[in-house]
Design a protein around this ligand. Sequence first.
Ligand code: NAD
Length: 304
Amino acid sequence: SNYSVAFIGLGNMGGPMAANLLKANAKVCVFDLVPQTVAELKTQGARAAASAEEAVKGADIVISMLPAGKHVQGLYLGDSERGTGGLIDVLEQNTLVIDSSTIDAATSILVGKTLAEKGIDFVDAPVSGGTAGAAAGTLTFIVGGDKSAYEKAHPVLSAMGKNIFHAGQNGAGQIAKICNNMLLSVLMVGTSEALQMAIDNGLDPKVMSDIMLQSSGRNWTLELYNPCPDVMPNVPSSNDYKGGFMVDLMRKDLGLALDTALKSHSSTPMGAMAQNLYNMHSMQGSGLRDFSSIFELFSAQHKK
Ligand code: NAD
């Protein structure tokens, strides 16, 4: 490919995503507030920038992968409290901006609308698939924006992902993403309590997992992310819940989901329950561990 990309935010997800763009022969210029992450991508062939403004110079496409809405708004629109400007002041007309962070739809819509007034295309394109999907280039992208912007984004997203959906207008990608993650949190909690009850009654969690995988309780956590240690190799539960998707990022997503439910008058009792359990788990010191560690909320009482 001959397009040039500026990639901003090189954390657990952004780092491997930018690496896959390099493998697809895109010209990639990178920036992150953490210098080591920039240096790491440089060894893989990226151009290193000293600031976001420098990174976007001459870029056809800008991709951001940041923690939350305030970071995305600050990057593009600036921060009036801190008196800093945003990329909106330096981006050229017809640049395509792709934000793949999981953030609130309202911020995404605000950034998209403000950029559009300057002739800059914007899509929200949050991802599903985790750090393993980011590394393997098999992410699912859920895109919100104009059809033309979606089509423009498709080739570059294909270099980092396998399934690329057009969910609707700007913000729809974010809504779809948090609906999915709310369900994921419920499945993770439910799978954990079912497995622990089986263990409490003398069953082998591996056997129980095999049974549920061929029965009506089958779900993604059993297929790819079993929360019980040593049932599956190469998942966070078999590695002391290190790596993967942090409890506090799931809490962020559940906060976004329940804010959305409040605005749309939707009933989400299961999501509310999962949010409470994840809050409790985080308060007990597990905020930075993988979200499948919620299993320990159920298993810990039996270890004493
Ligand atoms: P992370 O904390 O590992 O990475 C975020 C990076 O952004 C950090 O390196 C940080 O230094 C950088 N950053 C923050 N503000 C910046 C700024 N103004 N300019 C430049 N760089 C800045 O987080 P992550 O796990 O990579 O997640 C990123 C987003 O993707 C989040 O919204 C998360 O919810 C979402 N997500 C994560 C996963 C996962 O499994 N980790 C899966 C799907 C979606």
